[in-house]
Ligand binder design. Structure first.
Ligand code: ZN
Ligand code: ZN
Length: 407
């Protein structure tokens, strides 16, 4: 019984730490206890090691620890992937070894499929380079999405790759490439997820969710079978149609489960691990489904969170761009047939005063000749809420999912 509680507590704690480590960085959780714990995890623990080092060795380990930290955080190392694959493989092995020949053919076929799929999608997520922008694909990527003049401004060059940054792209300092429709760098699959391979990552999360839920279900079925058989053995002449738990108190049921777990250690422990980690896989999957539904990437969700904060402080102004602006620089901003007209222009100011914009050429002449389009004053309107700003990349649920699936 105590062992059961201890295992449950350990798995629960581990799941919680993984949850904090995975989700704590999300903008939506920035101001919650999860976000606070996440900062604690990345600041307090390294600080503790530094202090321990100073006290125990006089700081001699400092450079080595710094190198280790740099390696763990800024380099493309396989430690998380190895850890994940080891746990995955061992749990599957232990579970199937005890469970496989006790379920019917349908479950055997389904189990094989469910066991294999996470490896397939992990392999695809790790090896896919289809989101990387190269000299050959750069022109195509420049024409994939328009600049929204909020999250992405035209004319910015990547100093490493030495080309104009396409809208929605981002340079990853770990992979050292620019990535199309950059979502996030994933240390789990040692790769950046973007336009070409985000779909594999979503599939990986879904396949893990299915595997863990199905494993939980099978473990539950097999464990109740054992409990039922035990009841029939214990009580001679017991009605096989009566459930083993009938007439028992919660505490007795809990004790019976403890006994069954000890009796079937492999199915019990892997089943419990599956039950406790399934919500993590589904949680992460649903979060990404929400992002697709809302027409944004993880990278963009944090940019939107920054805008939301600036708007709350009254620092953000919006202006409509004139046609002159739209057609002036086709080289840095290719003209695109986009369903949503992009006339908005957002500026975040330091002092909360409407910005004065220096203009040149045709646009400046247009601004001088029209009081409405003058560079200062009425042209800029303070934004009160993020709802006044268009997310031009949100083309409706159907199109958003099509953009992800038809990568
Ligand atoms: Zn780059
Ligand atoms: Zn990367």
């Amino acid at each position: 019984m105590n062992t059961l509680k201890q295992i449950a507590a350990a798995v629960l704690l581990l799941s919680f730490v993984v949850f904090v480590a995975l989700f704590g960085r999300l903008p939506a959780l920035r101001k919650t206890p999860i976000g606070f714990l996440h900062r604690l995890l990345w600041i307090a623990i390294p600080a503790f090691f530094r202090q321990a080092d100073v006290r125990l060795t006089g700081g001699r380990l400092g450079p080595a620890l710094q190198r280790l930290g740099h390696y763990l955080m800024d380099e493309n190392h396989p430690l998380v992937l190895i850890f994940f694959l080891t746990i995955l493989f061992l749990s599957q092995l232990l579970f199937l070894r005890s469970a496989f020949f006790r379920v019917n053919l349908f479950h055997q076929v389904f189990a094989i499929l469910v066991v294999i799929l996470p490896y397939v999608f992990t392999f695809k997520s790790v090896t896919s380079r289809s989101s990387v922008i190269t000299a050959e694909t750069h022109q195509r990527e420049m024409r994939r999405y328009p600049y929204d003049h909020v999250l992405y401004q035209p004319g910015k060059t990547c100093s490493t790759c030495r080309f104009l940054k396409p809208a929605r792209s981002k340079h990853c300092s770990i992979c050292n490439v620019c990535v199309a429709k950059h979502d996030h760098h994933c240390i789990w699959v040692m790769n950046c997820l973007g336009k070409g391979n985000y779909v594999y990552f979503l599939s990986l999360l879904a396949s893990l969710g299915v595997m863990l839920s199905y494993g939980t279900y099978l473990a539950y079925i097999l464990m109740t079978e054992i409990l039922q058989a035990d009841m029939l053995q214990e009580i001679s002449g017991a009605d096989p149609n009566v459930r083993w738990s009938a007439g028992k108190t919660w505490s007795e049921i809990f004790q019976s489960w403890g006994w069954a777990m000890a009796h079937e250690v492999y199915i019990g422990s892997t089943g419990m691990l599956a039950a406790m980690t399934a919500p993590l896989a589904w949680g992460l999957f649903l979060y990404h489904v929400y992002l697709v539904w809302a027409g944004m990437t993880t990278n963009e969700s944090s940019k939107w969170a920054d805008w939301r904060e600036d708007i709350a402080y009254g620092l953000v102004f919006r202006a409509e761009r004139s046609l002159d602006d739209l057609q002036r620089f086709p080289r840095i901003e290719p003209w695109l047939d986009w369903p949503i007209a992009i006339t908005q222009q957002l500026v975040s100011t330091q002092d909360g005063q409407p910005p004065a914009i220096q203009r040149t050429g045709v646009a400046a002449q247009a601004a001088r000749s029209s009081t409405i389009a003058s560079s200062n004053g009425p042209r800029w309107k303070r934004v009160q809420s993020l709802q006044e700003v268009n997310n031009i990349y949100d083309l409706g649920v159907w199109n958003n999912f099509r953009d992800v699936l038809l990568a």
